[in-house]
Design a protein around this ligand. Structure first.
Ligand code: HEC
Length: 218
């Protein structure tokens, strides 16, 4: 029994020894390869890669090339105010404004935007209270935005650094998904209906508002 307690206290000391004030310098690690993989990982790298000049595991694509099937990822606008301005003027939404596409935009909006911008785009999502308030979609500011400007803001974020603004969503949504979200944002800001498919999308917004009203009553 005595031995048991001795072993237990040794074990406890080792356990405590693992705690270190400096999180970057852990004292004792059990099976470190469980934290730091031996194979070269693309997204998690702890050591300099000696095989490449820049030391990175994951290399950028060769300049001027486009990966197969990714041509719609080619985006010639920079994440700068000038890029935003140009995208707003030059880009057209290539995705047709149909009921299906707006519905898909609504589904994606529910996953990626609603928590900040709110169910009806009023800028009152639960996360909005913690950051600077997003502009309501029916505000003059958002009403004046072209499809291209909205697309650019989804891709690169708006005023994302240092923090507080809106972060980039380009890595989360494919280009066609972004355009579908643009359609849905436009139905939320109450745009006039530009095509027959939009009649359905407008009723979608009404339905949403009814759903909200029902929830409030409960
Ligand atoms: C973390 C919260 C957050 C998320 C998630 C978020 N936004 Fe935003 N959004 C903001 C804030 C805050 C602003 C205002 C930024 C500013 O003015 O500095 C903003 C601004 C905007 C604008 C106006 C940009 C402009 O060009 O003036 C649009 C449009 C927009 N968001 C759409 C979206 C869409 C669509 C999504 C989902 C793909 C989304 N946002 C996700 C917080 C968010």
């Amino acid at each position: 029994m005595k031995l048991f307690y001795i072993l237990l206290s040794i074990g406890f000391c080792i356990f405590l020894g693992g705690c270190s004030r400096d999180l970057k310098q852990p004292f004792l690690e059990y099976a470190p390869q469980m934290y730091r993989s031996k194979p070269l990982e693309p997204y998690q790298q702890t050591e300099y890669n000696p095989y490449f000049k820049d030391g990175k595991n994951m290399q950028d694509p060769v300049a001027g090339t486009i990966a197969r099937g990714k041509s719609d990822y080619y985006y010639p606008y920079e994440p700068t105010p000038e890029g935003y301005e140009r995208a707003g003027k030059e880009l057209k939404n290539p995705i047709p404004f149909t009921k299906e596409n707006v519905e898909e935009g609504k589904r994606l909006y529910g996953i990626y935007c609603k928590h900040c911008h709110g169910t009806n785009g009023a800028g009152d999502g639960p996360v909005a209270a913690k950051i600077s308030q997003p502009p309501p979609y029916n505000s003059a500011r958002v009403k004046a935005l072209t499809d291209g400007a909205i697309y650019h803001s989804i891709t690169y974020g708006y005023n994302p650094y240092p923090a507080k603004g809106m972060g980039p969503h380009g890595s989360m949504l494919t280009p066609s998904e972004r355009w579908k979200v643009v359609h849905y944002v436009k139905t939320l800001r109450g745009d006039p209906i530009p095509s027959p498919g939009a009649a359905a999308s407008d009723s979608l917004v009404q339905k949403d508002k009814k759903d909200e009203a029902k929830k409030d009553k409960k």
